[in-house]
Design a protein around this ligand. Sequence first.
Ligand code: UT7
Length: 354
Amino acid sequence: MLHALIAGSGSEIPPNLVKNEALARIMDTSDAWIRERTGVETRYFVDAGTSTTDLAVPAARRALERAGVAPEEVDLVVFATMTPDHFFPGNGGLLQARLGLRPVPCFDIRQQCTGFLYGLQLADAHVRAGLAKTILVVGAEVHTGFMPWSAGAWARLAGDVDAPLAPGEWEFNTRIRHLTVLFGDGAAAVVVRAHEGAGRGVVDHLLAADGADYDKLCVPGVGFKHRPFVDHAQIDRGDFVPIMEGRYVFKMATTRMTEVAQAILARNGLTTGDLSLVLMHQANKRINEYVQRALGIPDEKVVHNIHKYGNTTAATIPLLWDECARAGRIGPGDLVLLVGFGAGMTWGATLVRG
Ligand code: UT7
């Protein structure tokens, strides 16, 4: 029986560290509010012009190097992102070319914060079916393209300008502060390899989606529901900025993540006592603390990094994996539970042995 083993991981964090205090220069917010309600202390932003693929390239190179895999061995790419470089083509092929891979199949998947878990299931299914042996699974995002801030606001954020923002702009930025303070840019990748024998690799997946309430977390405009798909009216209304009903999303995330974690453990005859580590999507530290309490998992088994990076959507779970793997926290055979929830709505859990 072939199993999908995570053989190596890598990540890339962009250069511009932005503290909560810096955001308070361009909107009515504070370090205390953001820390208390979300757990975020800093996030990293790309320079203007850096794309999701630009971040994914070094992350993937590191993952290949740590797995001891040459680029020509890769036989499948799965790229999860909700912030692609272009409307089309997708990022998978761009990454394939930049890494100098053979012309292998490349999937682009859009399950937002659950994207990496969907990607792992695709990789595992290809391994089990004998269709691929060495797969690059990437989660990467450049959220800063969603931040509708003026050049003046960006200059204040960087500390280059001291003068206060014009009142209209300050008010506009404040109206969407519940959203913009959460997100950061980042990329992470894993190399999945076909592995013979039990005791290591992906154990099980449990994925779900329900689009009934998609509009509680979505980008309302710039889509092919409109003709043309983008126009001045949409831009003027700010329809390119995501809508998020924070309290609804919070409630759904805590409920679904708890349920899916319990369900995957139960159907594998496992308990939380069998887990070495739990890596949850990093949207809000309070969400994860709630899920941790509901599952009864001790602090030492739960790793967070939202304080450093904010929510990096498809990159959060592989970023956590990469940090834990490099810190020696995932040994051979260790059972790790990955849990995510995101726009769609989508959610899921994956059990993996290191
Ligand atoms: O990957 C999935 C992505 N999204 C999520 O998972 C988001 C899940 N939801 C959340 O994380 C939380 O709902 C938020 C962090 C978005 C908001 O926290 P909350 O505790 O639910 O706050 P709220 O929306 O109920 O707002 C409470 C107050 C409001 O002021 P008033 O009406 O009480 O005067 C907001 O205007 O906090 C205000 N507020 C802020 N104040 C300072 C909202 N955002 C901010 C802010 N700074 N950034």
